[in-house]
Design a protein around this ligand. Structure first.
Ligand code: FES
Ligand code: MG
Length: 573
């Protein structure tokens, strides 16, 4: 292995120089109880730890930090743990998405300001993956991602439980009086029964899997269940590899390319990944200087069948996927669509990493001639309602709705909508198009996962199970239905969704990739002239800063000043 001269290490500026400042630096390392021989000439590796006492999916991170440290020490590096915000998906209000960019900034500025040479990024619970990777890309130091790994299968009463989608089913049973309080409590205890991230193909497993496709993890790392002893071994190996990355000066931008993002988009389609991945991949790509846009998702997803039989699109869970061969085996199924020359963090190509991987269970990891679904997994639509685009999952919708005209029923906020759909007298038919606005990046704020608007109870009683719904919100990876999401620009800043009125006819034509409100340009302009922006959500603080700088969904919701090209130089003093 070609090794850099240790005096070229960043940390050498702090600890290796012969000046007054480095006297201070060395004395403070000694204050921490380390001898100088423990750090001199060694790569200092920051272990970016998205853990706190409420990080429900990262409960094993304190133990994994020790495994990562072990690996770093074995490889001749010097490990330092750097705690950052944890973003536990279930607890953070109003939504973790509001804080993705804050975590990205925290990672970037920690890496830039501290005497470190490289990083291990510990993440998994939804936003922690894109955030830590975005920060590491911009920091420009060698980095490797350590995925949290999925939870074990949920279990109750002999039934397998999957995070998210399954509990809605049982909630309806409970409301119908068929499940007791005691049984409900047992389910609470059984649905998230181990460390690890949601074991369905929600945002967490989509994003960690795509991090692996992008070459930012060791091969096979993401599918290992968090409690498996292999997970700790992977953590140690990740730490070892981080040291080599520094010696070889391999940074995320050296691995990421337009081709690697194409690979991620194709893999996401075959995994039936979360629509949230669209926003995160665009943001990550743009940090790396790659001009990824929505169109690419539409182009590359076409004709890719769903091959991962994992809930909510399929029947199984991540534990089953791991036993079936995991992501490397899965990628062999789509290998002829991938650029196998893409570089990865272990120094080999993606193709070399998946060569020889075996599918052990063709029910869980399907072949092309027996897909879970061959319906279109993703469509990007445009029209006078969404000039900058919006997305939907045609495969998750009833096919009769893919070409549809109906009157809008418009709601300005979530609570009004929630009250209305519970009203058995609501003026609504199966043809109505439900519209929720003020749920975008600024309006939500933080684009909450409200996109699967509930079917009004009146229609539920008539047997209606799907209808066209439009919003500038996101949707959980575990949701489904004819839901049009991520409408850009959002209504809160005056996007056309703000101008729609109840009773306007909305036309959806998925084959033509169109979404329009059938009113004239002239009338639309009159309404635009009369529109007044709502009061800002935040008068001060981080929320106010986010509102001043956040981009729309089609650009990845990054802050404008974080997406700017260019490299920030090393600290001068
Ligand atoms: Fe953490 Fe789902 S709540 S991954
Ligand atoms: Mg989620």
């Amino acid at each position: 292995m070609n090794r850099r001269d240790p005096t070229t290490l960043r940390s050498h500026r702090w600890f290796g120089a012969a000046d007054l400042r480095s006297f201070g630096h060395r004395s403070r390392i000694r204050q921490l109880g380390f001898g100088l021989d423990e750090i001199a000439g060694k790569p200092v590796i920051a272990i970016i730890n998205t853990w706190n006492g409420l990080a429900h999916c990262h409960g094993h991170f304190p133990a994994r930090v020790e495994a990562i440290k072990r690996g770093i020490l074995q490889a001749g590096g010097f490990p330092v743990e750097v705690p950052v915000m944890a973003l536990p998906e279930n607890f953070v209000k109003p939504t973790t998405m509001l804080y993705r960019n804050l975590l990205a900034m925290e990672v970037e500025e920690n890496l830039r300001s501290l005497p470190v040479d490289g990083a291990v990024l510990m993440g998994g619970c939804d936003k922690t993956t894109p955030a830590t990777i975005m920060g590491a890309i911009s920091a420009g130091l060698p980095a490797i991602f350590m995925p949290a790994g999925p939870m074990l299968r949920g279990n109750w009463g002999g039934q397998i439980l999957g995070s998210g989608s399954d509990i809605w089913k049982y909630w309806d049973e409970k409301r119908a009086g068929r499940i007791s309080e005691a049984q409900w409590s047992e389910m609470e205890a059984g649905i998230a029964r181990s460390d690890g991230v949601c074991m369905t193909m929600g945002t967490a497993m989509t994003m960690t899997s795509l991090a692996e496709v992008l070459g930012l993890t060791l091969p096979g790392a993401t599918s290992i269940p968090a409690p498996d002893s292999g997970h700790a071994r992977m953590a140690a190996a990740t730490g070892q590899r981080a040291v080599d990355l520094v010696w070889q000066d391999i940074k995320p931008v050296d691995l990421l390319s337009a081709a690697s993002f194409d690979n991620a988009i194709i893999a996401s389609a075959a995994l039936a990944g979360s629509t949230n991945a669209i926003i995160h991949l665009i943001a990550m790509a743009r940090r790396a200087g790659i001009a990824l846009g929505l169109d690419r998702f539409d182009e590359l997803s076409a004709g890719i069948p769903v091959l991962a039989d994992i809930r909510p699109s399929g029947a199984w869970l991540m534990e089953d996927f791991f036993y079936a061969g995991g992501l490397p085996a899965f990628l062999t199924r789509i290998a002829d669509r991938l650029d196998l020359n893409a570089a990865t963090v272990n120094g080999r190509t993606l193709g070399e990493n998946i060569a020889g991987a075996t599918v052990w269970n063709a029910t869980v990891i399907r072949p092309w001639d027996n897909p879970v679904s061959s319906a279109e997994g993703l469509a990007v639509l445009q029209g006078n309602l969404a000039p900058d685009g919006c997305v939907m999952k045609p495969s998750a919708a009833e096919s009769r709705l893919l070409r549809h005209e109906g009157p809008a029923l418009v709601f300005d906020d979530y609570d009004t909508m929630a009250a209305a759909v519970a009203d058995p007298e609501l003026d609504v038919t199966a043809d109505t198009v439900l519209v929720l606005r003020n749920a975008g990046p600024l309006g939500g704020p933080g684009m909450p996962e409200w996109g699967m608007l509930p079917i009004p109870v009146k229609l539920l009683r008539q047997g209606v199970r799907d209808m066209v719904r439009i919003s500038d919100a996101r949707m959980s990876g575990t949701s489904y239905g004819a839901c049009i999401l991520h409408v850009a620009p959002e209504s809160f800043i005056g996007g056309p969704l703000a101008l729609v009125r109840t009773g306007d006819i909305i036309r959806l034509d998925v084959a033509a990739r169109r979404i329009d409100v059938l009113i004239s340009d002239h009338d639309l302009q009159m309404r635009r002239d009369a529109w007044r922006p709502p009061a800002p959500r935040y008068a001060r603080g981080y929320g106010a800063m986010a509102a001043a700088h956040i981009g729309q969904a089609d650009t990845g919701c990054d802050f404008d000043f974080l997406q700017r090209p260019g490299v920030i130089g090393e600290p001068e003093i």
